[in-house]
Design a protein around this ligand. Structure first.
Ligand code: ZN
Ligand code: ZN
Length: 264
């Protein structure tokens, strides 16, 4: 068995490369499976959702045929809880939360440290922990709402939570971890596969993947499994921190990465 990755963006949404460039790089690196997960269209994803959905599906299907003797290609979608309904038949769905919402206004957790700080200030008067707890309360319903096969970047809200002026909340705070535990226990009723997501490492924001070590332990205790998602937006990060990620989950008691079981 070679490598696999289920979290791949391309020029159809906010990625830098074409799907074919991603496939060729995956083949070069020894992948046996590559899954595409373009961002579903959503009010909060106006700027980065897939606009040409038919073209996206058609392109991936053509690549499936063209490279069928070299690699298994899957056509998935990354659906947000606020995404527009989409009844296309995808091979799999990644479920995610990227924003908080007030009425018709969306407050992104992952656009930039500046916009994240502004959102915390506006919604919670600078209380990052309260913002993060609300985020986890939304994540609680991500599998039920998106009908996903994989739960993406479970604690994306911590993306810009570093040190110094970018310290927004304590990721070990009791209220935050309690909300995370409740979210894990609710999600496993619908979807037990969580992503070890290295996207923020690939983009230089963090040195560690999602979710945190504390949450890995909670996922295991709840009977969840871990899979790999590079959350890649370029050929350079298609296998970002894969081996380190696998070592990390093994250190937390998982028996390696779990693959999707898909009947194509
Ligand atoms: Zn995402
Ligand atoms: Zn993504």
């Amino acid at each position: 068995m070679g490598y696999f990755n289920y979290h791949t963006h391309t020029r159809f949404c906010d990625g830098k490369n074409t799907p074919e460039e991603m496939v060729l790089e995956a083949i070069r690196l020894g992948f046996d499976t590559l899954g595409f997960s373009g961002h579903a269209s959503a009010p909060e994803a106006e700027s980065y959702g897939v606009k040409d959905v038919a073209g996206y599906i058609d392109c991936i299907n053509r690549l499936k045929d063209k490279y069928s003797d070299k690699i298994t290609i899957l056509c998935g979608i990354e659906r947000d809880i606020f995404s527009y309904p989409d009844d296309n038949d995808y091979d799999y769905v990644i479920g995610a939360v990227h924003s908080l919402r007030r009425g018709n206004k969306y407050y992104s957790t992952d656009m930039s440290p500046q916009s994240f700080k502004a959102a915390i200030d506006e919604l919670y008067d600078g209380d990052g922990e309260a913002f993060a707890v609300e985020y986890m309360n939304l994540v609680k319903d991500v599998a039920r709402i998106t009908d996903c096969d994989i739960i993406a970047h479970f604690d994306l809200v911590s993306k810009f939570n570093g040190d110094g002026e970018n310290f927004f909340f304590n990721t070990c705070a009791e209220s935050y971890l309690a909300a995370a535990k409740a979210a894990i226990e609710e999600n496993v009723k619908y979807c037990d596969l969580f992503e070890l997501n290295t996207g923020a490492i690939g983009r230089g924001w963090r040195k560690t993947p999602y979710p945190t070590p504390e949450m890995l332990d909670m996922i295991r205790a709840a009977g969840g499994k871990m899979t790999y998602g590079a959350d890649t937006h370029s050929v350079t990060t298609i296998l970002c921190a894969h081996d380190e990620g696998e070592a990390l989950i093994r250190a937390h008691g998982f028996d390696g990465f779990t693959r999707l079981s898909i009947n194509k």
